[in-house]
Design a protein around this ligand. Structure first.
Ligand SMILES: Nc1ncnc2c1ncn2[C@@H]1O[C@H](COP(=O)(O)OP(=O)(O)OP(=O)(O)O)[C@@H](O)[C@H]1O
Length: 590
């Protein structure tokens, strides 16, 4: 509840219901302003309709594609807040009769209310995907494919991946989902070799391959991982893949400074014969719409990702919707890899319980603990002290490596343990833990650094600099060079760390701790997850799943059983009609 009228979240000109919902911190000032402007344009005076518009704007801001009026009242509120919601049936009727819908500023389908742009994009994605699935399957040389599958996926442990690869070679469109370490990249590299062989047999030339991912960091990782996976292939297959390069989705489409128009679109299609998109869970609805219109109908499209992770920052949960909405499609484009080849059985079992929403099972597994998973009660002072010592020692190891200009040791220390928080601020947040670790290290070493940059400072880059090849999400450690100057050693996976002067780095934060959101795509040997209090809205199944699956060998969760229970029970509610639309069950109207 916002009490202060001068708080910048307060929409000063809001009246009636909008003012009430604004004061309750459900609607932002911007939601109210946009709704008021739109309603004024068409002379819509109904308060309930204005409320629906403002909530639809809010929904997009929070990552949904639409607002489901039948479930709008389920928004979690602060304890003391009670709101008077319109009765859904009458509300839907009033919205449906509004000139806002009549003039196609808003679209209403059943109980789902869309801003026009998102309605168009959702329909475009659905139509393009279903259209692609209707095409005749690509012509395949069955003998070459059988031999290729045997050559590349012959070992027994590759059976699951073999089936996925065969499916993707035989289709124009495939959706491949799987948790961390289930072998998605390995499958993609080998699958590309199979597709390349088929292409050569059919056309006599190598295919044009596009590898892309939604962020620059994910694209850089995709390139490294596919090149590494390709290097393990037999020479003939490696040679077929040529020079593998990955780019961001933006770059592939030809960014022109706006998300609405790209160089490649329905009239100027991408020239590629194969388009692989990695980390598709982070692709927004808007970008998926732009991609699908730009890919040639006779190009193979493989959408790869983990549908259970946190979704895109912008509106949409496209990968999860595709996996859900296409599950029963006769073309069977969706496949799932289930076996993790990276982490141990216990972490894998915990991840699976969380993914499938089995809160009792997950709490039970954690309660009995094991070698590699541990639940620490935040009130258990002794256990918290063990964690604090762990963090202090890691901080001191970074200082030592920083002072001795030992980049390898510094990066190894970073990769050994990650402290993940849901929040940036507050007691349970990244900033609090960063300060705490710095204080503990200062107390232990007797040296306090008051400057921003000091030897042993771990950093998380928060902006892209393509010319420098440095990306949002890169991590590194500050070192003192033998001549006394400071450099930052940026982790580069299996390659040598990259050394850069701190002044050359784009924005960077201290990283004794990081948010779960920022940790997406990265791994550490051991991970500690600080659960927010049970009533935190950030505490969701997707957040918890993303956090624990960052760990390779060991995961420690600091939180109550209740917090674990609540997290698993709360799924990110991203309203979208895409899954229903793909199933053909969307209610048409409006
Ligand atoms: N069938 C298999 N048998 C044994 N090891 C495998 C198999 N498939 C992949 N691996 C190994 O498991 C690890 C994870 O594989 P890979 O990187 O392909 O998974 P991924 O799903 O792309 O992971 P992430 O998306 O989490 O980075 C790699 O070290 C890879 O070499």
């Amino acid at each position: 509840m916002i009490d202060d009228r001068h708080d910048r979240r307060v929409a000063l000109r809001a009246q009636g219901v909008l003012a009430t919902f604004n004061a309750a911190d459900v609607l932002s000032a911007a939601d109210v302003h946009v709704a008021t402007r739109l309603a004024d344009v068409v002379g819509e005076s109904s308060e309930d309709v204005r409320l629906a518009v403002a909530l639809a704007v809010r929904a997009v801001r929070q990552g949904s594609v639409c607002l489901d009026l039948a479930h709008a009242a389920e928004i979690p509120l602060d304890d003391e807040v009670v709101l008077d919601w319109p009765e859904p049936t009458a509300w839907i009727r009033a919205v449906g009769a509004s000139p806002l819908v009549g003039e196609e500023i808003l679209r209403l389908e059943g109980s789902r209310l869309y801003l026009d742009r998102y309605w168009r994009e959702e329909r475009a994605v659905c139509d393009d995907i279903l259209g692609r699935l209707e095409h005749d399957a690509p012509v395949v040389d069955a003998d070459a494919l059988a031999a290729g599958l045997e050559r590349l996926f012959g070992e027994a442990t590759y059976a699951e991946q073999r089936a996925v690869a065969e499916s993707a070679v035989r289709r124009w469109t495939s959706v491949l989902t799987g948790g961390p370490g289930t072998g998605k990249t390995t499958t993609v590299a080998r699958l590309l070799a199979l597709v390349a062989e088929q292409h050569e047999l059919a056309d006599g030339v190598a295919p044009r391959i596009a590898l892309c991912a939604p962020t620059a960091k994910a694209a850089a990782r995709l390139q490294d991982a596919t090149v590494a996976a390709a290097d393990q292939l037999p020479d003939e297959d490696r040679a077929r893949l040529g020079d593998l390069r990955a780019s961001t989705l933006h770059r592939l489409l030809g960014w022109r400074g706006s998300n609405v128009r790209f160089r490649h679109d329905a009239r100027h299609r991408l020239p590629h014969d194969v388009v692989i998109v990695d980390e598709t869970s982070m692709v927004s609805l808007t970008h998926m719409a732009r991609l699908l219109e730009a890919v040639r109908p006779d190009a193979r499209l493989v959408l790869v990702g983990d549908a259970d992770q946190l979704a895109s920052v912008e509106a949409g949960a496209v990968l999860a919707d595709l996996v859900d909405g296409l599950a029963q499609h006769p073309a069977a484009p969706v496949s799932r890899l289930r076996t993790s080849h990276r982490f141990g059985e216990e972490i894998g079992a915990l991840a699976e319980l969380v993914r499938s929403g089995d809160a009792e099972g997950a709490v039970d597994l954690l309660r009995h603990g094991g070698e590699t998973i541990e639940l620490v009660d935040p009130e258990d002072q002794a256990a918290i002290e063990v964690l604090r010592v762990r963090l202090r020692d890691a901080g001191m190891a970074l200082r030592r490596a920083g002072e001795t200009f030992d980049a390898a040791a510094a990066i190894a220390t970073l990769d050994d343990h990650r402290l993940l928080c849901a929040h940036r601020e507050g007691r349970f947040g990244v900033q609090g833990w960063n300060r705490e670790v710095e204080r503990m290290v200062s107390d232990a070493t007797g040296v306090t650094h008051y400057e921003t940059w000091y030897p042993g400072r771990p950093v998380l880059v928060t902006a892209n600099d393509r010319e420098l090849d440095v990306y949002n999400g890169d991590v590194g450690v500050t070192l003192r060079r033998p001549d006394g100057g400071l450099v930052v050693a940026l982790a580069r996976g299996t390659h040598e760390p990259r050394l850069l002067a701190p002044t050359r780095l784009p924005d960077a934060d201290t990283m004794h701790a990081m948010t779960v959101h920022k940790s997406q795509g990265s791994q550490a040997r051991e991970v500690t997850v600080i659960m927010p209090p049970p009533d935190s809205r950030l505490l969701t199944r997707e957040l918890f799943y993303t956090a624990i699956t960052r760990a390779q060998d060991r995961v420690r969760i600091v939180g109550t059983e209740q917090a674990v229970h609540d997290a698993i029970g709360r799924q990110v509610q991203r309203a979208s009609g895409l899954a229903d639309r793909l199933r053909g069950t969307a209610t048409h109207g409006g």
